[in-house]
Design a protein around this ligand. Structure first.
Ligand SMILES: Nc1ncnc2c1ncn2[C@@H]1O[C@H](COP(=O)(O)OP(=O)(O)O)[C@@H](O)[C@H]1O
Ligand SMILES: [Mg+2]
Length: 220
């Protein structure tokens, strides 16, 4: 099993009251799955995705990732875990504006032990694979939304994560660009990468093999 969430609760305190963001989430994900998280705005989809990605914590329950008990790990160990195994794709690209495409792609590798020449080769591979060699010295603002999202995905993939977490990855794209991204996810999934995406689109959800529905922080 890749990951296991057991009786997870997350809340915030507001005016002396607990406001639950996630309630009793139980989820097992096997390697190679392609899961879509759906639900109305405010139902907790992003909160759940960030929790799985270890960007956010939780208040009760247990989270196991590749046999590691995430809930008991020290911050540094936890950061190593997600940097090694998880790639994030966000709706709004999250590219660094003052870095070129090439430099943005290189970012996740700087935290790892690759030598300069290895990093260069990996970036060149990604530019090639995503057909953006000609864009390598441009800044994000000089690209279309679709191209920025491609760079965002390439950056998420560059260190060969086992798990891709994507929060409405086609949200800012036109339907053709969106389809291309979904086809790319399908291909990656066929190569063995596990994917968990948040989506509003039934059509995008159909690319996956399982749908999780959230309502008011609960799986239904
Ligand atoms: N840090 C926070 N403090 C208080 N409320 C939050 C916090 N983060 C998220 N929320 C609330 O939790 C609910 C779920 O948010 P979110 O996970 O972003 O929903 P979704 O992605 O499904 O639209 C929303 O009502 C949001 O306002
Ligand atoms: Mg959201």
């Amino acid at each position: 099993m890749l990951l296991h969430l057991k009786n997870i609760f997350k809340w915030v305190n507001s005016g002396g009251q607990r406001v639950f963001l996630l309630k009793d989430i139980n989820l097992e994900v096997e390697e190679g799955e392609f899961i879509s998280i759906m639900g109305p705005s405010g139902s907790g989809k992003s909160t759940l995705l960030n929790l799985i990605g270890m960007l956010d914590g939780f208040d009760e329950g247990e989270y196991t990732f590749l046999d590691e008990p995430v809930h008991t790990l020290k911050e540094k160990h936890r950061a190593n875990l997600y940097k090694e195994y998880i790639g994030f794709v966000f709706q709004s690209y999250h590219l660094l504006d003052d870095l070129t495409v090439k430099e943005n792609l290189e970012m996740p590798l700087l935290y790892k032990k690759y030598k300069g020449a290895e990093r260069k080769a990996m970036v060149a591979d990604m530019l090639d694979r995503f057909n953006i060699v000609g864009k390598k010295d441009l800044f994000p603002a000089q690209l279309s939304g679709g191209q920025q999202q491609l760079v965002g995905i390439a950056r998420a993939l560059i260190s060969s994560p086992k798990l891709i977490l994507a929060d409405e990855p086609t949200g800012n794209l036109n339907s053709k660009q969106g389809e291309e991204i979904m086809e790319l996810f399908k291909q990656l999934n066929n190569e063995g990468v596990t994917i968990i995406q948040v989506t509003h689109s039934e059509k995008n959800a159909a690319y996956g093999s399982r749908i999780i529905n959230l309502l008011d922080g609960r799986m239904i």
